[in-house]
Design a protein around this ligand. Structure first.
Ligand SMILES: [Zn+2]
Length: 101
């Protein structure tokens, strides 16, 4: 069993779980319901964790996640107002300040 992904935001970990599970890879969530106990544990210890049940699936699962998250977070977008190409991290066009569509 290998740790595939962990994040402080349980929604992101849940998304990752769905992506990997939809490809037929068996995964296990840990710390999914831990919310109390902060103070005794370091905050990082309470992050939800996504584990791959079979080590043989790990590489495939990792690639799936990389692909999925890249599509969401690192895609450039073209401004509908001025046509400028903007970096994925911008919410507003750097050239004309129009909002991202
Ligand atoms: Zn623009």
């Amino acid at each position: 069993m290998k740790l595939l992904y962990t994040h402080e935001n349980p929604i992101l970990v849940g998304n990752a779980k769905n992506i990997v599970e939809n490809s037929g890879i068996e995964v296990i969530m840990k710390n999914e319901y831990v919310s109390g106990g902060i103070g005794e544990l370091s905050p990082h210890d309470t992050w939800p964790e996504l584990w791959v049940a079979n080590d043989a699936d790990y590489e495939r699962a990792e690639k799936l996640l990389q692909k999925a998250f890249n599509q969401e977070n690192t895609k450039e977008w073209r401004c509908t107002h001025c046509g400028e190409l903007n970096d994925a991290s911008f919410d507003f066009c750097w050239k004309c300040q129009s909002g991202r569509m």
